[in-house]
Design a protein around this ligand. Structure first.
Ligand code: NAP
Length: 390
């Protein structure tokens, strides 16, 4: 116990911020809330937040997000509450932590968190605990009293404040993040790929065609991927495996025998999403030989090698040559399956696949759904087409 106290003290003193340093790190961040930001919201946030930034308002899946999601959520506020203001009332500094008490006020211009409003302004308290690293914000724990805002701005005329509170006792950010998902699909996302072969390129082409960005990586390093980047065109780039794997959505598309080495020494996943496109073949040529997984599902094996990642299994059953022929076949839509244990990212990837023009079918969790679509499973390699749905 004594040793632990000493260690903490040493760590804290090594990273102790002055109040001026703390304010310099956090102020540009709060300015982002204060007006509909002119300029590039992404560039501004990338300046103030570390690449592995994490923002949490709870402990359940979906209650933490990374820098990419933060860019969407903060951008979303500028639209839904155009006169939003974050007034810093108090700043306390301890080591590398900064505690901020603020007052958030504004007038919703439309639904907030999917809840209709009445046009009235609100004023609520917010408390953030920020961790500062190298002058940037690395983590935010935050709580805002949105229920109070809900009572002020969203109570229907027939409702009392208490009734409005009861009605709006929803997971506000749960809704915010699902609406940020639809914005995301409409807007631009940046996907990393681990592997830059047939599957990564096929995925990349579709994502780029929808206005997203794609960062390819492979063992040979970014310089060796110049031709592939050029082939994909605008919005494509290459980076080290570590960099590509530090994005919020990362496609795993390496041969099965290399999955373990590819996932070794990557940045902590912290809930970021790993889209697992791998199939468990130990050999693919001259013939396909399935790996012996000892009864485990392939994505369960992957999940164990990427602790903290939210895994969505997708793109496994469709042969890449069929994927490259496009979503429409004989007037129907080709089917791509998704499986995952986390509803939010699974729904996100499902929407992404549908935005590519394919029919996406959610088969359920990794243990059951994953097995159905992985190599050796009943849906593997089938060119399935849906008629009449779209
Ligand atoms: N092809 C299909 O029809 C299809 C369909 C669905 C799913 N899949 C599955 O998707 C995965 C990828 O298939 P593919 O056809 O795209 O394979 P591929 O064309 O052989 O490409 C594999 C890529 O992975 C990279 N790579 C290998 N080891 C790596 C590591 N440790 N770290 C980073 N990158 C690494 C390779 O580049 P370097 O050698 O330069 O590192 C290469 O760019 C496989 O698991 C496959 O079973 C394939």
């Amino acid at each position: 116990m004594a040793a632990a106290v000493v260690t903490t003290a040493v760590t804290a003193s090594a990273q102790t911020l002055t109040e001026a340093q703390a304010r310099a790190a956090i102020t540009p961040w709060y300015v982002l809330f204060n007006q509909p930001v002119q300029g590039d919201m992404r560039a501004l946030q990338e300046q103030v937040l570390t690449a592995d930034y994490e923002s949490c308002w709870g402990y359940l899946p979906g209650e933490c997000w990374g820098r990419e999601a933060s860019i969407k959520v903060v951008g979303g506020f500028a639209k839904s509450i155009p006169d939003m203001k974050f007034d810093i009332k108090e700043v306390l500094v301890s080591g590398d932590r900064v505690i901020v008490r603020g007052e958030v006020s504004g007038t919703p211009a439309g639904d907030l968190f999917g809840v209709p409003h009445t046009g009235k302004s609100f004023r609520i308290m917010a408390i953030d605990i920020q961790t500062i690293r190298d002058g940037k914000i690395a983590r935010t724990y935050h709580l805002e009293n949105w229920l109070s805002a809900a009572a002020d701005s969203f109570a229907q005329s027939s409702e009392s404040r208490a009734e409005a509170l009861a009605r709006i006792s929803v997971e506000p950010y749960g809704r915010a993040s699902s609406s940020s998902i639809s914005q995301t699909i409409g807007g631009s996302m940046k996907f990393g790929t681990i592997g830059a072969g047939a599957v990564a390129l096929a995925f990349g082409r579709e994502a780029l065609a929808r206005g997203h960005e794609v960062v390819l990586s492979s063992r040979r390093g970014p310089d060796a991927l110049g031709d592939k980047v050029a082939e994909l065109g605008r919005g494509a780039s290459a980076a080290s495996v570590e960099e590509a794997a530090s994005l919020d959505y990362v496609l795993l598309a390496v041969p099965w025998r290399n999955v373990e080495s590819a996932l070794k020494s990557l940045p902590a996943w912290n809930g970021r999403v790993l889209i697992d496109a791998t199939n468990p073949f130990v050999e693919t040529s001259p013939k396909l030989v399935l790996a012996d997984l000892g009864g485990k599902g392939a994505s369960e094996v992957v999940a164990a090698l990427a602790p903290g990642a939210r895994i969505v299994k997708a793109f496994n059953s469709i042969v890449t040559a069929r994927f490259n022929e496009g979503p429409v076949k004989n007037g129907g839509r080709r089917v791509i399956f998704v499986s995952g244990d986390h509803p939010e990212p699974t729904a996100f990837i499902k929407q992404l696949i549908e935005s590519f023009g394919f029919t996406a079918i959610d088969l359920g969790g990794l243990a059951t759904g994953g097995r159905l679509q992985q190599a050796g499973g009943p849906l593997a390699g089938r060119d399935l087409v849906e008629f009449g749905h779209h």
